[in-house]
Write a protein that binds this ligand. Structure first.
Ligand code: TPP
Length: 374
């Protein structure tokens, strides 16, 4: 194990002092330390591919090696800019990737992480990216030696190299910059209000992380079988899944999204609006954070998502943050004969005892398909 401080300071010794990436629960203590200490030399990117691009720009303008952090779920997002820009055969950009290894074979994890965890090392090998695995049994000195080896390779080869991080490598770090609650409703409160004010047969597509877990928990406690699709992986794609369903169905299709998820692939807003299906309703819980992986900030509270949706072409866009406002807004979007968008501003304070779906994704899919294709 290593403290985030020692890891960070070791990178500084190598003159690695710019950090960008998308947060990961497994790397959260490192992410907190970087947020507290790197300040302006740290940018939380909208998606992992963007982080690679930012790192390229940083290198071009500083001649220094940047560090990019990500969960291995984000590997798909980085492949294109890595292979078609940063690679030795193209612009040859040195950078250090720090990848959280979810779904490592032999370690219990959720279904969406298993395949990615199993194939990740082979994916890195086939991309010709050299890497070191940092194990939780490694001593601090062993970890530093592995980083030294990778940094040396990066500098000689002038290309991206990676350290793959097992679970529990980083010691706990208590962040200094704690977030203050700004809004009265939690996402779970808002979710319950919405579920109680929509038609019971509405098809719901929920985004990655706590939103899906809170929806699942509600169904479990109410013993109901509903047409829900939990977007357990594929962060940022829930709204397009919902759109794909809505084009074949007359029933209301409601996407329950998160600010981090919308930001990750924000171009989809314009596509949702352009299709203008009147049964398509998009609700975003904006808590200004990636709460599911440790509450690292997004730009959610610095922007007005309902305005972005409006100018992307949604014919009705609303914002709400109190119970009365949410009830009114839900009624309005459901009565509206066109694509509608509701931004619900909430606080981050999810319960720590949230359960996870006890059915497999395939069982969930079968239940959904049997309910909507009767
Ligand atoms: C491509 C990808 N990158 C990163 C993750 C890790 N991850 C899971 S949930 C989440 C945060 C989602 O943020 P948001 O949509 O705002 O929802 P919240 O967690 O705040 O409810 C992240 C970063 C992931 N699953 N997939």
């Amino acid at each position: 194990m290593i403290s985030p401080k020692s890891f960070y300071e070791h990178l500084l010794k190598h003159d690695i002092s710019f950090f960008t990436g998308v947060p990961d629960s497994l790397l959260k203590n490192l992410c907190f330390y970087i947020s507290d200490h790197a300040k302006k030399r740290h940018i939380i990117a909208a998606n992992e591919g963007n982080a690679i691009a930012l790192a390229i720009g940083y290198y071009l303008s500083s001649n220094k090696v940047p560090m990019i952090y990500l969960q291995n779920s984000g590997l798909g997002n980085i492949i294109n800019p890595l292979l078609s820009l940063a690679d030795k055969d193209v612009y040859s950009i040195p950078m250090l990737l720090v990848i959280g290894w979810r779904g490592k074979p032999g370690v219990k994890d959720e279904p969406q992480h298993k395949k990615q965890g199993r194939v990740m090392l082979n994916m890195l090998k086939s991309m010709e990216i050299e890497f070191e695995i940092i194990r939780n049994s490694d001593s601090q000195d062993q970890i530093k030696t592995k980083i030294n080896r990778m940094v040396e390779r990066i500098k000689i080869q002038k290309m991206p190299c990676a350290v793959v991080i097992e679970k529990d490598v980083f010691k706990k770090y208590n962040k200094i910059n704690k977030k203050r609650f700004r809004y009265e409703l939690s996402r779970e409160d808002a979710l319950h209000i919405i579920l109680e004010n929509i038609r019971k047969d509405s098809i719901i597509v929920s985004t990655t992380g706590f939103t899906s877990r809170e929806l699942y928990e509600y169904r479990k406690n109410n013993c109901s079988r509903n047409p829900d699709f939990y977007t357990v992986g594929g962060m940022g794609h829930a709204s397009q899944i919902a759109l794909g369903i809505s084009i074949n169905k007359k029933k209301e299709v409601i996407c329950l999204d998160g600010d981090g998820s919308v930001l990750m692939h924000m171009g989809s807003l314009a596509i949702n609006a352009s299709i203008n299906k009147k049964n398509y309703k998009h609700i975003v819980f904006n808590n200004g954070a990636h709460e599911s992986v440790g509450n690292q900030p997004t730009v959610g509270f610095d922007i007005d998502m309902s305005m972005i949706a409006k100018y992307s072409g949604y014919s009705l866009t609303l914002r709400a943050h109190t119970k009365t406002q949410v009830i009114k807004a839900v009624k309005k979007i459901l009565n509206h004969k066109g694509t509608a968008f509701l931004e619900v501003l909430v606080k981050s304070n999810a319960r720590s005892d949230l359960s996870r779906p006890d059915k497999t994704p395939i069982e969930n899919k079968k239940q959904l398909m049997s309910l909507i294709n009767k």
